[in-house]
Structure formats: structure tokens, C-alpha cells
Design a protein around this ligand. Structure first.
Ligand SMILES: [Fe+2]
Length: 293
């Protein structure tokens, strides 16, 4: 049963014209909903399907990833022709998502930046070095070493499993309710500590107060067994050949089962949203002001 946190769109082409309608997709995404495209497949040919092998991932990395701007491909364990084939597959997915978002979210298109494409070959549950990195626990995305500051995290997922395995997610509650549950228990931001973490190279830029709060929120959720079990949530199975999109810094999510997925990340400036007031950045700022004045 799909609740109002998941919105189904019946599109079957990445370059489908006329799908922006009256910006309904933007409105749904900015409310933290997941857009689900049951018929939007990303077909692989036989040679590409042969690349779906966890042995091709560098053992030190979780995933293979492409920075489409620089062309740098990381996380591939082999140096032969398969490396180029993986690069081409991942880039093809990046291009497909760009075509889709230009039509679905035209107001965002010029502002989306820092594209990172990820090929996830490990079966969920086989690569989780710690509870903090265990994405089978409900969480919102926050990057410990790459502060996002005034940027949103928009992600486009596609299940490319060739054996019929679904990707099972749990999707949680509205961000405002989630933040209210934990915010009072999160330690206050310390600018000097943020400065030091950047200075010694732990973070690639200085953590803002927002980054600080989001990292703590991410950890509090994952460490809270009661919330994981009893927090508002629903389960949904994304079958092979389906696509889903969300602001993963806003929609609580957990990936429970599945293997073989493509995922495209974009960053979007808060100010490029139709309503920046709905961003986690602004929700947290308002709740902090109400808490601490
Ligand atoms: Fe996540």
C-alpha cells in the first residue's frame, strides 16, 4: 500500500516530453516525497549485464563512482577493458538522468551541479563496516567528510538487477517531525571544532551548523532502535526496471534488500528550490530558533 509519501509517475522514457506539467514533481519532491516510476527502465545489453559482478569493485570502496564533470572513475578493481565499459555504462546513466530531469524539473535543471554517478554492485548487507554506515537503518543522507552547507542532495535510483530481485526500501516520516524528535538532544554547534576538522583535513570544507546538525540527526536515527522499529514508516519494493527519485537529505530512507543499482546524485542550491523554506536547512533553522531563541 503506497501512502502519500510515495508518488507514482507513469513515464517509460528518459526523454519523455511534456512531463513537467504544473511543477507537481517539484512540489512533491520539496515535501520530501519519493517519486516512483515503475516503468522507467534502464536496459543493459549482454556485455553490460556481464559487468554486474561485485568482484569488479575495489575492496576498499563501497561502490564504483564517476565524477561526470572531471571524468574521474573510482572504485574499479580491474585495469582491463572492463574498466572502460563500466565508465561508459555509468556515463550513459548520468546522461539519461540529465535528460529526464531537464524535462521533469525544468526549474532546477540549470542549477543542478556536482553530478556523481554510482554503480552499486554489492548485495545490501554484505558491505557495512559499522552501524553508522549501515543503510538498512532509517536515515537522512549527510556526508561526514563533504559538508553540503546550502546544497540539497537530489538522487535518482534505478534497479538494474538481472535476476528479478527487488530493492526493498523503508521510507519514513516528514522531515519536520523527524527533526523535532531529535533536535533538542543534539549538542550545540562549535565553530572552532568545525574549523579544526577542516584544518586537519577531516572535512573537505568547513562544516556549517547545518552540517553539524544533520550528521548528528543521521547518527541519532540510526542508533535509536525504538525509532527504527516503531517510527512512522512504510516498506516499498522497487522492482528491476523501475526508477525512483528523492531529496535524500530530507526523506528518511533505509535500503533493506537488493543488489545491483545505478544511482545519480546532484546537488542543488537551497535558493534554487521553488520554496527554500521547505529545505532541511530552513526547517532546522526555524526549529533551532524556537528551541534556543
Ligand atoms: Fe541514504
Amino acid at each position: 500500500m503506497l501512502s502519500d509519501r510515495i508518488v507514482v509517475l507513469d513515464i517509460d522514457r528518459w526523454d519523455a516530453p511534456g512531463i513537467a506539467h504544473d511543477n507537481r514533481a517539484v512540489d512533491d519532491l520539496e515535501q520530501g516525497k519519493v517519486l516512483y516510476f515503475p516503468r522507467l527502465a534502464f536496459p543493459l545489453d549482454a556485455a553490460e549485464t556481464a559487468l554486474l559482478d561485485p568482484a569488479l569493485v575495489d575492496p576498499k570502496r563501497k561502490n564504483i563512482s564517476l565524477n561526470a564533470r572531471t571524468g574521474v572513475l573510482t572504485g574499479v578493481a580491474v585495469e582491463d577493458a572492463r574498466r572502460d565499459a563500466i565508465g561508459a555504462l555509468v556515463r550513459r546513466y548520468y546522461e539519461a538522468t540529465r535528460a529526464l530531469l531537464a524535462r521533469l524539473l525544468p526549474g532546477y535543471a540549470a542549477h543542478l551541479h556536482s553530478p556523481t554517478t554510482s554503480l552499486r554492485l554489492h548485495r545490501i548487507g554484505t558491505w557495512q563496516p559499522s552501524w553508522r554506515k549501515d543503510d538498512t537503518r532509517l536515515h537522512v543522507d549527510a556526508f561526514p567528510s563533504r559538508p553540503t552547507g546550502e546544497q540539497r542532495i537530489l538522487r535518482v535510483f534505478n534497479n538494474i538487477n538481472p535476476h528479478g530481485d527487488v530493492r526493498r526500501w523503508r521510507v519514513g516520516e516528514d522531515f519536520g517531525g523527524l527533526a523535532a524528535r531529535y533536535l533538542a538532544s543534539i549538542p550545540r554547534y562549535n565553530p572552532a571544532a568545525a574549523w579544526l576538522l577542516h584544518k586537519v583535513g577531516v572535512t573537505k570544507s568547513r562544516r556549517s551548523e547545518y552540517d553539524h546538525l544533520m550528521l548528528h540527526l543521521h547518527d541519532r536515527m540510526k542508533a535509536d532502535a525504538d525509532y527504527q522499529r516503531e517510527g512512522l514508516q512504510q516498506s516499498i519494493d522497487f522492482p528491476p526496471g523501475s526508477t525512483w527519485i528523492c531529496f535524500s537529505d530530507q526523506a528518511p530512507h533505509a535500503a533493506m534488500t537488493g543488489q545491483f543499482m545505478l544511482e545519480q546524485t546532484y546537488l542543488l542550491p537551497v535558493d534554487a528550490m521553488a520554496d527554500p523554506g521547505r529545505s532541511p536547512q530552513r526547517v532546522l533553522r526555524r526549529q533551532m530558533a524556537a528551541l534556543h531563541g
